[in-house]
Design a binder for this molecule. Structure first.
Ligand code: C2O
Ligand code: CU
Length: 581
């Protein structure tokens, strides 16, 4: 079983165990002997099953099991001892075991809440809060159902609950590591005048655009979705004047995957203020990376990008030969936008399809009717890509794949999530069963360019209750905290930095670091064996553990976040910052 499925299975058995014990307690209080016995047996089984899932998760990695081993396992054990002893002692009248059975239910529920609301890392404060909750709920049940406890016993119970509660609250709300402190800005000199400059103007504004015969409200650059395609040749200077006509919440331009100097990165509140209606901002950077990229607003980006404030950026090493087209895939108002038409070309002409996923979730692409190679991922050329046939590729949110082939004599078709988005004639439509390319073992391997790492960071992705804002929210968290309370990762210029990214949640997180490309070292313990993969967007699936590394060679303060943009908005965003010493 994959770690992702184990995480889901563990949650299910935890719910069953809690429900089983609570139900057994309620049934015995109501003197429903057979029901109580049946539910108690069921709960017992679920609790044993949970021991198995917790053990398996601990073997997959401590991140997946920490709070389960430290909180759920002791509470489950206590539940088994107390309720088991009660059941063994009880003869005919099960009412006397109602309280022990309910205790077991409270213990399992509290442990479940710790996993669902708090997660990783486990903390003593949260453990004590769980214990105080269990003790308090049991004490109330005891008063209502049980024999009258002696004064000493009730005092002891109240004292225990109070101590656990006070200590738990104290530890849980104690300030963690200092949140993102001073932003240190160090700017690279802007390119000088006199170099060939490609100038563009992008005006952001509300617009109405037609999608499949329907008029929908959008936010657009120059009135179109996607915005104009920006192209340049390697060595050009790109200069883009951004104007905001009427987007009240402000706009910026972020060059997704383009490792620009920090002050050109377009992150409001970090590298520049958002550009408000009537204002403008000029971006300027040298096009020194060839490849397929895209740009999008980074102001309220979960809304702005979805509404249409994005476009493609392509930098070519030399004038394109053959057919070279970009295929940005985007869903606007719930409808997939049509992709640009490509006229059929004579057989033998080289074709390059630059696939861009501008949505917040993964898309599955399948090219039918021709063998092809994946020439580049996230703008970087792959080493020794081999021809593929009847193979699908999964592109993470924000990711790009360049597919190349020679135009065949017969028709070709491109499918996205099983739907044909483009074809030059009838093609076999059954792409759903095709195997999916694993880029970690595609192409020719090369040694990792570093032998040591100056810094290591671990990011554990999860969900949890965030009580730090004005209103409590169920956030997407990194190491148990949500933006803006996630401590920044501090590196020094010249460091080689290694990241471990662990997903212990039940959803995919497409990870995206600004300003740097990371080299994939391994996934789930298996080293990457194919072409070196320099990525800026990669899907960390439930249960995945990715090891990636990069050179700290671009000083500044850089966003490091999940590119499922609603997740980033719900807390899954931190910063990488360079210290000046
Ligand atoms: Cu494509 Cu921080 O974003
Ligand atoms: Cu996410």
């Amino acid at each position: 079983m994959s770690t992702g499925s184990l995480l889901a299975a563990d949650l299910v058995v935890a719910v069953l165990a809690a429900a089983g014990w609570l139900g057994a307690g309620a049934a015995s209080a109501a003197r429903r002997r057979p029901v109580a016995l049946g539910l108690a047996a069921f709960a017992l089984l679920a609790t044993v099953a949970r021991a198995i899932t917790i053990t398996a998760l601990a073997r997959a990695g401590w991140w997946f099991a920490a709070e389960k081993v430290l909180v759920a396992a002791p509470l489950s054990l206590a539940a088994l001892v107390v309720s088991g002893a009660g059941l063994l002692r009880a003869r005919r009248d099960l009412r006397s075991v109602a309280v022990p059975l309910l205790f077991a239910g409270y213990a399992e529920s509290a442990a479940l809440l710790v996993t669902v609301l708090h997660g990783y890392p486990a903390s003593a404060g949260v453990g004590l809060l769980a214990v105080s909750g269990v003790v308090a709920a049991t004490a109330v049940s005891w008063r209502l159902l049980g024999p009258r406890p002696s004064r000493a016993v009730s005092r002891a119970v109240v004292a225990l609950a109070a101590v656990a509660l006070v200590a738990g609250v104290g530890l849980a709300v104690a300030p963690a590591a200092a949140p993102a402190g001073q932003h240190t800005h160090e700017y690279r000199a802007a390119p000088t005048v006199g170099e060939p400059t490609r100038r563009f103007t992008l005006t952001a504004g509300t617009a109405t655009v037609g999608v499949s015969g329907r008029e929908v409200a959008a936010w657009a650059f120059n009135g179109q979705v996607p915005g104009p395609e920006l192209t340049a040749a390697v060595g050009d200077v790109i200069e883009v004047t951004l104007r905001n006509r009427d987007i009240g919440r402000g706009v910026t331009l972020h060059w997704h995957g383009y490792d620009v100097p920090n002050d050109q990165d377009g992150v409001p509140g970090v590298t520049q203020p958002a550009v408000l209606p009537g204002q403008e901002f000029v971006y300027r950077f040298r096009a020194d990376q060839a490849g397929t990229y895209w740009y999008h607003t980074h102001a309220v980006s979960d809304v702005g990008v979805r509404m249409g404030l994005y476009g493609v950026l392509v930098v070519r090493p030399a004038p394109a030969t053959g057919v070279d087209v970009t295929v940005p895939v985007h869903t606007l108002a719930g409808v997939p936008l049509p992709v640009p038409r490509v006229e059929p070309v004579p057989p033998g002409v080289p074709v390059r399809l630059r696939l861009v996923n501008t949505d917040s979730t993964t898309h599955r692409y399948a090219l039918a009717g021709t063998p092809f190679r994946v020439a580049a991922i996230d703008g970087s050329d792959l080493r020794g890509p081999t021809p593929l046939v009847e193979t699908a590729v999964l592109i993470p949110a924000g990711g790009r794949y360049d597919l190349v082939f020679e135009a065949p004599a017969g028709p070709v078709g491109l499918f996205v999530d099983g739907r044909v988005v483009y074809s030059t004639g009838p093609v076999a439509a059954a792409t759903g069963g095709w195997p999916v390319l694993d880029p970690l073992s595609y192409g020719a391997g090369a040694p990792v360019p570093w032998s040591r790492f100056d810094r290591r960071f671990t990011l554990v992705l999860d969900r949890g209750l965030d009580l730090h804002g004005l209103l409590p929210r169920y956030a997407h968290t990194v190491n148990g905290a949500a933006d803006p309370d996630i401590p920044p990762q501090v590196v020094r210029l010249g460091d080689t930095v290694r990241f471990t990214i662990v997903n212990r949640s039940l959803v995919v997180h497409p990870w995206h670091l600004h300003g740097h490309h990371v080299l994939v070292l391994s996934r789930n313990g298996r080293p990457a064996s194919g072409s070196p993969l320099w990525l800026d967007s990669f899907d960390v699936r439930p249960g995945d553990v990715w090891e990636v590394a990069f050179s700290a060679d671009n000083p500044g303060v850089w966003a490091n976040h999940c590119h499922n943009l609603p997740h980033a908005d719900a807390g899954m965003m931190l910063h990488l910052t360079y210290s000046s010493i």
